[in-house]
Design a protein around this ligand. Sequence first.
Ligand code: NAP
Ligand code: ZN
Length: 346
Amino acid sequence: MSTAQARAVFQAEGPFQSAEIQRRDLQPHDILIEIKYAGICHSDIHSARGEWGPVQYPFVPGHEIAGIVAAVGSAVTGHTVGDRVGVGCMVDSCGECVHCHNGEEQYCLEGMTGTYGAVDRYGQYTQGGYSSHIVVTEEFVVRIPDGIALDAAAPLLCAGITTYSPLRHWEAAPGKKIAVVGLGGLGHMAVKFAHAMGAEVTVLSQTLKKKEDGLKLGADRYYATSDAETFKALAGSFDLIVNTVSAQIDINAYLSLLAVDGTLVNVGAPSEPLPVQVFSLIPQRRSFAGSSIGGIRETQEMLDFCAEHGITPEIEVISADRIDEAWERVLASDVKYRFVIDIATL
Ligand code: NAP
Ligand code: ZN
C-alpha cells in the first residue's frame, strides 16, 4: 500500500478536510498516476451527499482525472512513465461480458467499478481523484492528446464523454435539430460537440443570463425555459433533446418539444423520479431514453475528436481549499462552465 494525500468529506454535509488514503501496491497491469487536475462534476455532489444511496465516509470524490504516469506494473504495455493520461468514472469491469467485449464497460453485466464509492476486485473501497495519486488497471487509463492541456483535459473524462456518447449514438449530424437542456458542465460540452458534428443546436436554459456565452460556444438558438412561450414556439421541433439537468423538471413539457420519432435522452441524474405521461410519447412515436458515460474506446475517440477539432471545456481552475465554495456555486448553477482543482494545492 502507498499513502496518497486527498480532500475528503467525513459526513454528507461536508466540509472538505485533508485526509490520507491508501492506494494498492502496483499489480502487473496497474498504472500509478500522479494526479495534476481533477474536475468537479455534479455527480460528485449527488454521491457525497448520499442522494444516490449510502456511501462510506471519509469519501473522496473526483472522476475527471488528468495526470502523469509515475510508475507502471511489470506487464503494462500501453503506457510508460511520463505519459499524459486520464481516468474517468470507471476503474474496472468484469472484462468478459458482452458489453465489456463491445467496449461498453459502463454497461458491464456485473456492474462497472466506479472510480469512487465502489468496492473493487481487491475488496478496497474506491476513492476518487481529489487526491495526489491513483492506481488504475491499464485498460481504464486513456491517453491525453498533446494538443490538450491537462487542466482542460480533466472535464472531458466525464462531462465530455457523457455528452459525446449519446450525440454519436443518436447520430448528431448536419440536418439534425438538437436541443441541450441546462448550460452547466455537461451542457456546455454537449453544445460544443453537437455544433462540431454539424447539427443545429438550441440551448434551453432556465434564463437568458448565459445567452451570449451559449451562442459563442456554438449554439444557433437560445431560449429561456422560465418563459412559457418557449414551449409553444418550439413544440414538435427537435430530433434529439439532451437533458443535462441535475434536478427534477417537468419532463412532459420537454417531451412536447420532440418531433415525430424524436428522442429525449436523460444524462442528468436527479434522485427524484421524472414521471412520464404516455401521451407525451404515443402520438408522435417519441422515445424517452437514458445514457451512461461512454466506454473506454469511445472515451479515447472523444479525446482525439477534441484534439482534431480544437474543442476544450471552459474551465475555472481553483485551489483545493475552495472546493466547498465551488460546490455551492455548482448547486446555484453559477459555474462557467467547469471547476477544476489544481492538485498541486492539496
Ligand atoms: P451542472 O454543471 O450543475 O449543470 C446542470 C445545469 O442544469 C445547471 O447549470 C443549470 O443550467 C441546470 N439546472 C440546475 N438546476 C436546475 C433546475 N432546478 N431546473 C432547471 N434547470 C436546472 O451539472 P453537471 O456536472 O453538468 O451534471 C448534470 C447532471 O448530469 C447531474 O445530475 C450529474 O449527476 C449527471 N451526470 C450524469 C452522467 C451520466 O453518465 N449519465 C455523467 C455525469 C453527470 P441552466 O443554468 O442553463 O439552466
Ligand atoms: Zn461526472
